[in-house]
Write a protein that binds this ligand. Structure first.
Ligand SMILES: *Cc1c(COP(=O)(O)O)cnc(C)c1O
Length: 359
């Protein structure tokens, strides 16, 4: 007897590889491969999680009212139009499940986040990659990639893994140029690192065809708890809530995320430190002769002469217990993505890079 055949598209999904976290034989590992917060989780969130853990025998809230209220107050949004998911990954999956089926297309930048094609294929749809221009999203190419079957357009801004951004005018041009019935999804995983850009929340507030996703995994230091959220038109939120699991977020995760959202001092401190350390890292890498675009996120993309050099550097860093991300899977085999650490982390990375360059 055979197992049933999976739905079309599923076997075309390449397994997502998370950032490595271990080096055999090395104890003091510096993990710079997943863009986690080097300062850890906010103490306020850890305390809230501990307290909530005492009630883990009880089912959590189904409507996430407390967390949605905190998000809405901090960002000046309508709480009824916020949806919370198991990481923003779940929100991306819900969007695909709700709006994409066999024969439908989803446009994403060629060097875009790998979850976009994965979530598209999981729903039976076809991902369509639009070429970028010098590692920056090309608005014209994105619009040219749209057709009558395009249901979603995914775009991280700032982008991962390039760290580059497109401006507010370009985002409006994308929203204006979309075919009828297509939703622009602005993935704001790194917005908190990008100065005073609102990540498109203002646009999503007034346009039915714009949706924003955000995460607690990066700036808020809660990657292990899996909390993200989305904001968009009430009609879209109502659709997504029908397919969202009623108990998708645990009470521990909800409590921690709410506390983290309200901890504006933590966010301000981390943003400032990232700005300073990102500049140090960018300059240090450029001094070594590497190509580095100005990053608006909490990582930088280092470009090497060729793939062999990138692989050689990756191995040399690993031997020193420093884990960065080689981007072969993103079509950037000559590049390494490096999370911006704290001051000591950046120093250790730059010293490791200098040792590799001398060898
Ligand atoms: C890290 C990241 C996310 C966050 O995903 P979560 O599921 O919320 O942890 C989303 N989009 C991009 C582009 C990312 O790099």
């Amino acid at each position: 007897m055979q197992a049933p055949a999976p739905q079309p598209g599923i076997m075309e999904i390449e397994l997502y590889q998370g950032g490595a976290s271990k080096v055999p034989g090395v104890e003091d590992v510096l993990k710079l491969s997943s863009n986690e917060n080097p300062h850890g989780a906010p103490e306020s969130a850890v305390a809230a999680a501990r307290e909530a853990a005492g009630a883990m025998h009880l089912y959590p809230s189904t409507d996430h009212a407390g967390l949605r209220r905190a998000i809405a107050e901090v960002h000046d949004l309508d709480a009824a139009r916020v949806i919370c998911g198991v990481g923003s990954d779940e929100v991306l999956h819900l969007l695909c499940q709700a709006y994409v089926g066999p024969g439908d297309e989803v446009v994403h930048p060629a060097q875009g986040f790998l979850m976009y094609p994965i979530a598209t294929r999981a729903a039976g749809g076809t991902p369509v990659a639009a070429a970028e221009r010098d590692r920056v999203v090309d608005v014209d190419a994105m619009l040219a990639a749209c057709g009558p079957r395009t249901k979603l357009m995914f775009l991280a801004n700032p982008a991962n893994p390039t760290g580059t951004m497109i401006g507010g005018q370009d985002v409006v041009r994308l929203a204006d140029g979309l075919p009828e019935g297509c939703l622009l999804v602005l993935d704001g995983a790194y917005v908190e690192y990008a100065g005073d850009f609102d990540g498109g929340l203002g646009l999503a507030g007034v346009r039915e065809n714009v949706f924003v996703t955000r995460t607690f995994s990066k700036m808020y230091g809660l990657g292990g708890l899996r909390v993200g959220w989305g904001y968009g038109a009430q009609a879209v939120i109502d659709v997504l809530n029908r397919i969202r699991g009623p108990f998708n977020l645990s009470n521990v995760a909800l409590a921690a995320a709410e506390a983290a959202m309200r901890d504006r001092d933590f966010v301000a401190r981390c943003a400032e430190d990232n700005r300073v350390q990102r500049a140090r890292l960018t300059e240090g890498l450029r001094d070594l002769g590497l190509g580095v675009d100005a990053s608006e996120a909490n990582f930088v993309l280092a470009r090497f002469e060729n793939e062999a050099a990138a692989r050689d550097c990756d191995a040399a860093l690993k031997a020193q217990g420093i884990i960065v991300r080689h981007l072969a899977g993103y079509g950037l085999p000559h590049c390494l993505r490096m999370t911006v650490g704290d001051a000591a982390g950046v120093t250790r990375l730059l010293e490791g890079m200098a040792a590799w360059a001398r060898a």
